[in-house]
Ligand binder design. Sequence first.
Ligand SMILES: C[S@@+](CC[C@H](N)C(=O)[O-])C[C@H]1O[C@@H](n2cnc3c(N)ncnc32)[C@H](O)[C@@H]1O
Length: 249
Amino acid sequence: MKWDSNVYDDKHSFVAEYGKAMLDLVNRAQGQKILDLGCGTGVLTNELAKQGATVIGTDLSPDMIKTAQSNYPHLRFQVADATQLPFDNEFDTVFSNAVFHWIPNQKQLLHSIQRALKANGMLVCEFGAKNNIAQIQTAFEQVTGKRGYCYTSPFFFPAEAEYRLLLEQAGFAVMHCIEYDRPTPLADGEKGLHNWLCQFFVGDLQTFSEEEKSEILRETAELCRSSIWKSQQWVADYRRIQVVAVKKP
Ligand SMILES: C[S@@+](CC[C@H](N)C(=O)[O-])C[C@H]1O[C@@H](n2cnc3c(N)ncnc32)[C@H](O)[C@@H]1O
């Protein structure tokens, strides 16, 4: 997916805001070296640096990295694919918020993180769990399906037991792995779901004409209304998985 860093900061800043809760899971001991994996526009990279760590932010999107670098010129950012990190035995912690569900090849991802971590280094991450955005995806699938389109979810949303197993197979000792509902209010009132769909389903929507796209957005919202429109705002049916795991020596 192509990310637009300006839209992301303007309409989706809630992603990093929720990620701040994870900062408490990170070791704050002096001299920590941390990789913020899939750092986006660098909000959490900056928070980690404020806690006293030496931090590098990496992201696959050159646009995100350009904005992160201009927002925080004193920090180091670089473009890198999380599944092929150019680091060996370098970090005390790999931190990542709202990224893993975008990456289909989880074995390669965890292998790449293993290599980047020092022995006993920690992985602290949170991303979408099984049934995340189920209402929104089901409505979108139904509405686009009526027009002959076959929506297939691009996301990896695992259950806790499935992910625990993957972590163990990749050589991590799992310290903490939970799934939880995190109903997420979307900014901008009535337009909130429209903005969200345009950002996160951009690839699917671009296969339709402008007229069809408007209809799809309107019909998807109508189908979702009874379940996720709550007193003047959309509240997306987010479900997260949160992980702390240690690289076995
Ligand atoms: C929802 S944003 C989260 C950004 C940031 N962590 C935050 O909390 O605001 C997801 C980010 O994952 C990045 N991403 C997706 N696939 C990636 C990959 N294979 N390697 C590195 N970054 C990736 C995207 O470019 C995007 O910046």
